[in-house]
Design a protein around this ligand. Structure first.
Ligand code: CDP
Ligand code: CDP
Length: 241
């Protein structure tokens, strides 16, 4: 049976990871979190004392010398905020990339064209066989512009910041909601205003605002869209034969 490539893009906290993971499970597809790759590289840059997050050439070299691998989450791991196991040069960094500091650093390294070229090539390779749900910022526009289903996931900045804030609380990190909101806005700005592959809805992406929907409802809607797309493709293939 034909398997789709599904691209889910959207801003921070719009629900991409949680929703994409459920959709992938339902369809029996591979789930890939492209943001985790930018986060892993940012973590390495932060650990590499003295490497300025603005130094384009050094960061590009760092990206070239780095191995980042995304693996399915082991069933024993119940953390709902973890969606892929992430290996950075063979070390498990699944949890350590989930801090605010790393998120901010990731959105800085993600503005560098040479870094993006390396990570985009790795993402294209990882999803090359189809049957994949990949989420990020530029999946429907740059990584898989021919994806058979593209979704742009949205929610109000207030709802997205509150979701992130709750996640921090659950992990025992008591941040102020206003601080999380400011950081989400800063990252939105950097992601939408950067010159290379900015966060933008692909012309053929379905816009889903899930401000008033939970993860389950959103995942059900996207799974329905996927089944619909499979039926359409089946009909087209039938008509051609
Ligand atoms: O990957 P992205 O930053 O787009 O968002 P996420 O990490 O999947 O979701 C952020 C938080 O919002 C998670 O705790 C989700 O459970 C929650 N969420 C929600 O409450 N309702 C939704 N419709 C989507 C996500
Ligand atoms: O989960 P959340 O939406 O907060 O962020 P993420 O998906 O883990 O991505 C972290 C950062 O990586 C984003 O703020 C973007 O700057 C960058 N990113 C990107 O530029 N392109 C992607 N395809 C994925 C992430």
């Amino acid at each position: 049976m034909k398997k789709l490539t599904i691209a889910i893009d959207g801003p921070a906290g719009s629900g991409k990871s949680s929703v994409a993971r459920v959709v992938a499970q339902r369809l029996g597809y591979l789930y890939l979190d492209s943001g985790a790759m930018y986060r892993a590289l940012a973590l390495k840059a932060l650990q590499n004392n003295g490497l300025a997050l603005t130094s384009e050439k050094e960061l590009e070299e760092l990206a070239r010398d780095t191995q980042i691998e995304l693996q399915p989450v082991p069933p024993r791991l119940h953390d709902p905020t973890v969606h892929n196991r992430v290996l950075l040069d063979g070390d498990d960094v699944t949890q350590s990339i989930r801090t605010n500091e790393v998120a901010q650093a990731a959105s800085r390294v993600a503005t560098i064209p040479g870094v993006r070229a390396i990570l985009v090539a790795a993402q294209q390779h990882a999803g090359a066989n189809g049957g994949v749900v990949m989420e990020g910022r530029d999946i429907g526009t740059v990584v898989f512009p021919k994806a058979e289903l593209k979704v742009f996931l949205e929610a109000t900045p207030e709802a997205r910041a509150e979701r992130r804030w709750k996640e921090h609380i659950e992990k025992g990190e008591f941040l102020h909601l206003a601080q999380v909101e400011e950081e989400v806005r800063q990252r939105d700005r950097r992601d939408t205003e950067r010159k290379v592959s900015p966060l933008v809805r692909a012309a053929d992406a379905v816009l889903v605002d899930n401000t008033a929907m939970d993860v389950e409802e959103t995942a059900r809607l996207i799974t329905m869209l996927a089944h619909e797309r499979l039926r359409e493709l089946g009909r087209t293939a039938g008509a051609v034969q």
